[in-house]
Design a protein around this ligand. Structure first.
Ligand code: ASP
Length: 454
């Protein structure tokens, strides 16, 4: 007999069905035993006698039985399968389960994070998290279809690569074939997407994993997902218009209200004066369904790094200065240079950022110089990109949106961990697996690496 999903049982009243899934709840009424069987589609009540008496929560079972209408007083109008129950005829236990370390039926917020992530595969049985991951899938699918329609193509870029600066530390990977040398995992696909513009693709995007060694705050993860995007022959307003339309269409699809259209564009200095921050919450009332987007523009190109006593790029070093401020590109006036950066904020969180890029080699050199890089360092770190720009580089710009944060916003979750399948804990411990962990002595030998124990 073919398997029926729980959600489809109400269509089969009077018929025989076969169901498979987990025991989610059990109520023993002496003569009669009720269980809720759970599968990926939902729940259905199974009723039987002593054949159900042995079952425990989370046992995996297969049953055959008849779908009956429930007696009137037993109908549960809150459940899609609340009008029926399945009278068991045959039962097979496919796997037994131990007692679960925590309850998986509630929302789970009160359970300690370490425990939830250690048993994440159980935590993920929680209907709230199932819903969040389904939403994640839907949002990413919507974005892919939307960009596809606008002629963007998705291109994957390498994970084993060279450092690309985004303001965090790199994760590095030792090379076995070239001992003593290391790859860096990408903090973003920034340089590759610019190279794709040199290659002539014009409209690139990628649902891209970014890896940054940062101190973990509530909404940070060591690896996270960006909608990364780059376009040729565009100006700032083109990128902003595209992203605005994408966010409006996505909000509509997800049943959210956008507070103001077009999105307000707030100058960085104004934002700092008015809100004391470059991310701010423009919602009038904090209703659940409202999203208040705004663009922040005209950021300074450089910021002063106190500890290192030098100027650094506020966004990243490939960001173009505002053309009106090019004349100010010298160390003494660096603070005054506005950039062609833009950030997207929503309900108090920064959810994206990007810029029009530098394509003029003289300007790029000046920017690196102000940041204190010598010509030799520039050649070593970024020579490949500057070389590529010698072969006909189109004007280009792009943006990256923090997908985890956006999905959390749409899901009404505070933490991005609630919309990721296997996040790391706040101390950087992997879900379920014991990582980071020590490796075999032979592996270290192969890599010519000595670990110095303190
Ligand atoms: N690579 C940048 C980031 O990760 C985004 C961009 O400039 O397109 O923030």
């Amino acid at each position: 007999m073919e398997r029926t999903l729980a959600i489809k049982t109400p269509r089969k009243i009077g018929k025989k069905v076969k169901l498979s899934g987990w025991v989610d709840r059990r109520r023993d009424h002496g003569k009669l035993v009720f269980i809720d069987l759970k599968d990926r589609s939902g729940f259905v009540q199974i009723v039987g006698k002593k054949e159900l008496g042995e079952l425990r929560i989370s046992d995996v079972i297969e049953i055959e039985g008849t779908v009956n209408r429930r007696p009137k007083e037993m109908v549960n109008p809150k459940l899609p399968t609340g009008k029926i129950e399945v009278e068991v005829k045959k039962i097979k236990i496919l796997a037994k389960s131990d007692d679960l370390p925590f309850d998986i039926r509630g929302d789970g917020y009160q359970i300690g994070e370490e425990t939830r992530l250690k048993y994440r595969y159980l935590d993920l049985r929680r209907p709230r998290l199932v819903k969040n991951l389904e939403l994640r899938h839907k949002i990413i699918k919507f974005i892919r279809d939307w960009l596809d329609e606008k002629d963007f193509i998705e291109i994957e870029t390498p994970l084993l690569t060279k450092s690309t600066p985004e303001g965090a530390r790199d994760f590095i990977v030792p090379s076995r074939l070239q001992p003593g040398k290391f790859y860096a995992l990408p903090q973003s696909p920034q340089q590759y997407k610019q190279l794709l513009m040199v290659a002539g693709f014009e409209k690139y995007y990628q649902i891209a994993r970014c890896i940054r060694d940062e101190d973990l705050r509530a909404d940070r993860q060591l690896e996270f997902t960006q909608l990364d995007l780059e376009m040729s022959f565009v100006e700032r307003e083109d990128v902003l218009a595209l992203i605005e339309k994408l966010m409006i269409d996505l909000s509509k699809e997800m049943g959210k209200k956008v507070q103001r259209k077009p999105f307000p564009q707030v100058k960085y200095q104004e934002a700092m004066k008015k809100y004391g921050d470059d991310k701010f919450d423009l919602r009038k009332k904090k209703e659940e369904n409202t999203l208040a987007f705004a663009f922040v523009i005209d950021q300074p190109l450089f910021e002063w790094k106190k500890e290192e006593k030098r100027w650094d790029a506020m966004h990243h070093p490939f960001t173009a200065p505002n053309p009106e401020d090019v004349a100010l590109l010298e160390k003494g006036r660096a603070a005054k240079v506005r950039s062609w950066q833009y950030d997207l904020v929503c309900n108090g969180a920064e959810i994206g950022g990007g810029s029009i890029r530098i394509t003029n080699p003289e300007i790029q050199e000046k920017v690196f110089e102000i940041m204190g890089h010598t010509k030799k360092q520039i050649a070593k770190k970024f020579g490949h990109l500057l070389k590529a720009f010698d072969y006909g580089v189109p004007p280009h710009g792009g943006i990256a949106l923090g997908l985890d944060r956006i999905i959390a916003l749409f899901a009404g979750e505070e933490s991005i961990r609630e919309v990721m399948a296997f996040p790391v804990t706040s101390s950087g411990q992997a879900s379920v697996m014991d990582a980071p962990s020590e490796v075999e002595e032979e592996q270290l030998e192969e890599l010519k690496i000595k670990v110095v124990k303190k």
